[in-house]
Design a protein around this ligand. Structure first.
Ligand code: HEM
Length: 239
């Protein structure tokens, strides 16, 4: 719970440069956008994280160890910002899952200035008005941008313990789970925070096992989901 204004308070009090407020219809549409943009995306991210944990035993073990060490005595209800910033393996697992399974993998940008890209021998002219589809699922699996691109390796995201900085990408736009530029995801910090909290709470409290014999096929239906769902046996964790 927060004492500060919530999204509805902000929408009700917002004014544009001319001092005009949103109409009721605009407030309704903005609120709906947040609910839609913020639920399926994070929900599917959590599904892919747990799919990875259930299929990569060492990742689950290292994740559990970190959570038990940072939040001892099963004290998950008293999770603070300080605890969360120490969960660096959890952070890396979330980043690596968003690389292999970006939950919003397709977005479109319209060209507003003419561009010519490519090499001298292989030029491509992009006229004004062209719609460009960006597929981050493919981008994140390119072997020229990612060593061992199909391997789940969360260590590629671990911060430098000396300066706490994230590793540098080969190209600034090699990783686009939240798009980029002025229309990137407005909820990305919130999404990463809630994913980390859910991951820490569930991993500390539960044991989970994948029910065998399932076909796990990624399917894009606006978000990237598992075509036939993901079935697991979840029990209270035996520590
Ligand atoms: C893992 C979770 C999430 C992922 C992967 C994700 C990804 C994205 C991407 C790729 C875009 C750009 C879409 C486009 O340009 O067509 C976007 C936009 C947006 N996202 Fe997220 N998102 C996530 C969570 C959230 C959450 C939690 C919220 C709100 C609480 C949110 C609110 C929005 C909004 C309002 C936009 C539109 C921004 C604009 O057009 O200026 N997202 N998101």
């Amino acid at each position: 719970m927060s004492d500060g204004p919530d999204l509805l308070d902000l929408l009700l009090s917002a004014v544009d440069n001319e001092g005009e407020s949103f109409t009721n219809q605009e407030i309704k549409e903005h609120a709906l956008t947040f609910v839609l943009a913020g639920s399926e995306t994070t929900g599917n991210l959590m599904v892919w994280i747990f799919y990875i944990l259930m299929t990569h035993e060492h990742v689950l073990k290292e994740c559990q160890q970190e959570i038990d060490q940072v939040i001892p005595n099963n004290n998950i209800d008293e999770l603070t910002n300080e605890h969360l910033s120490k969960l660096v393996i959890c952070e890396a697992i979330i980043n690596e899952t968003l690389r292999l399974y970006p939950s919003a993998p397709l977005f479109i940008r319209r060209c507003i200035h003419e561009h010519t890209i490519g090499t001298e021998e292989n030029q491509l002219n992009i006229p004004v008005g062209t719609d460009i589809f960006i597929n981050s699922y493919i981008l994140h699996r390119r072997s020229d941008l990612w060593p061992r691109p199909l391997e789940f390796d969360y260590t590629r995201w671990l911060r430098d313990p000396k300066n706490d900085l994230k590793p540098k990408l080969v190209h600034p736009f090699a990783y686009l789970p939240f798009a980029a530029g002025s229309r990137n995801c407005i909820g990305q910090n919130f999404a990463l925070l809630e994913a980390k909290i859910m991951l820490a709470m569930i991993v500390q409290q539960c044991d989970f096992k994948l029910i065998p014999g399932q076909k796990i096929i990624p399917e894009v239906k606006i978000t990237l989901r598992t075509k036939y769902g993901l079935l697991a046996n979840i029990t209270k964790r035996q520590i």
